[in-house]
Design a protein around this ligand. Structure first.
Ligand code: KIV
Ligand code: NA
Length: 279
């Protein structure tokens, strides 16, 4: 498979072919996403919850994101990689954001970065993109601002709210983003925003009118124990947790019953060597 570049993404968008994106947080999850033919792999700050067991994304720090980006980059041969700037690493000033973005490229080894926010982030996005680092925008529901938003709420449900989503998307496009994530907005609103933009929209909980889709891999592969809450927009395509559980339980049973390891799992020794050894 050929390496996906900014140019590849542009031509997919131009011919109306949906762009596929999924998160990965380490070497194996990136490996499988790349093998499955994903156009883009995002090292999201959802890493905080899905890989590190944290309460929310505000807890994950820059160095942790960089470590995981590096492991994802090592496994990704074709997909275009994106690293998610964690809360606190870019909001203070455009210069801080640029410094962080450069660390993602140099140390995280990803090809682009994502940051949350609309109009107010335009100068920051401009600063990063003019330094030659592609930026993926993220508007609508921006989880790093959950405390200000009053939780994980659908955005753009009113005419005023929808106008804000559109204006934010236009502002990040104007500032130089190569694409923008639309999270948790009504499908009709996302479709209108997509029509009004020149850059691709990547939807999550934003319906089928976007230029592409993104999901959190751990959610869509079912790699979590039963009973965990899943947002409405997640489709569970697999049951990795149950498969892992079955495998590990079988291993446990076979060790307890001495079925494992069997002769084919052991190393041979020559008879004379053994006789000399046990003598
Ligand atoms: O952190 C993340 O995984 C994300 C995607 C859900 C867009 O930001
Ligand atoms: Na994120």
């Amino acid at each position: 498979r050929k390496k996906v570049t900014i140019g590849t993404l542009r031509s997919l968008h131009k011919r109306g072919e949906p762009i596929t994106m999924i998160t990965a947080h380490d070497f194996p999850s990136a490996h499988v996403a790349d093998a499955a033919g994903m156009d883009m792999i995002l090292v999201g700050d959802s890493l905080a919850m899905v890989a590190l067991g944290m309460e929310d994304t505000s807890e994950v720090i820059l160095e942790e994101m960089l470590l995981h980006c590096r492991s994802v980059a090592r496994a990704t041969k074709a997909a275009f990689t994106v690293g998610d700037l964690p809360m606190g690493s870019y909001e203070i000033a455009p210069a801080q954001a640029l410094e962080t973005a450069i660390r993602f490229i140099k140390e995280g080894r990803v090809q682009s970065i994502k940051l949350e926010g609309g109009k107010e982030m335009a100068p920051t996005i401009e600063r990063i993109t003019t330094a030659g680092i592609p930026v993926l925008g993220h508007v609508g529901l921006t989880p790093q601002r959950q405390n200000a938003l009053g939780g994980f709420r659908v955005q753009g449900k009113t005419s005023l709210g929808a106008t804000k989503v559109l204006e934010d998307a236009l502002a990040v496009q104007e500032a130089g983003c190569f694409a923008v994530v639309l999270e948790a907005v009504p499908a009709e609103v996302a479709a209108v925003v997509t029509q009004k933009l020149d850059i691709p929209t990547i939807g999550i909980g934003a319906g089928n009118g976007c230029s592409g889709q993104v999901l959190v891999q751990v959610d869509m592969t079912g790699n979590f124990p039963p009973g965990r809450f899943l947002p409405k927009f997640v489709k569970k395509y697999g049951d990795v947790w149950t498969e892992s559980l079955r495998a590990i339980e079988t291993y446990r049973d076979e060790v307890k019953s001495r079925q494992y390891p069997a002769p084919e799992h052991t190393y041979p020794i020559q008879r004379e060597e053994l006789e000399s050894f046990v003598k």
